[in-house]
Design a protein around this ligand. Sequence first.
Ligand SMILES: [Zn+2]
Ligand SMILES: [Zn+2]
Length: 241
Amino acid sequence: MSCQRVRLLIESTKMAYPCRVCSQECTMKQESIQCDGRSMWLHQHCIHTSLTAYAEFSLTEHFNFFCLQCSTNRPTDGTYNFLVSLARIAARASDVASVRQQAEVERNLLSFYSVSLPPVCVLSVGDVMIDNMSVVFHYSPWILQQFVSATLSADGDCFFRTVSLALHGTENAHAQLLHLLSVIEALLCPTLCDSSSPDYYAPYQANDALILSDLSSYIFDLVQDGCYCDMLTVLVCTAVV
Ligand SMILES: [Zn+2]
Ligand SMILES: [Zn+2]
């Protein structure tokens, strides 16, 4: 190791709060923020954000901050890690007040990193892969007259994959974002899903044959990767697309 490298190493170990981006000290005079993922500090100017957006994290007590390294799929493709966001919400699913706060945190982070659904695109039949439809053709041919069939990855997340493919032309990341946005919608605009709301489970309330879950149980199921999606989730998802 060269003398220069040793000197730099000694200097860096002297720093109390080295910035994770530029490796320089975050001093008391500089606007800096601590990542709740790795407990490391980052200069406000190093995360390329406005003072207003930066201030949101200090003005709202429960707003956690997660740096880019902790929020994205690295070292792979660098895309936003929606599954980590879902997992953070899932970890609090047993406490409605706490899980709502986490939904606010995740919504704020999506806004902070400017993560949103891409524009809607129009698919043609030639854009989708279609497996053998002989069973559907035999038993319910009318479906094939009304809809375009498509083959999706069989990982249990078929509802969000279907909506993602139909609206955005791809399945993976957009399906995960749709899933995360639907969870946030159910938690922060819960008129359909909250038993204390007069619109709870509308329009299914009148059906005595349905066993309706409370908000806590519904969210606990909804946050799971590969969750089962009923008509309530279809309604929630329509609010975010
Ligand atoms: Zn820095
Ligand atoms: Zn971090």
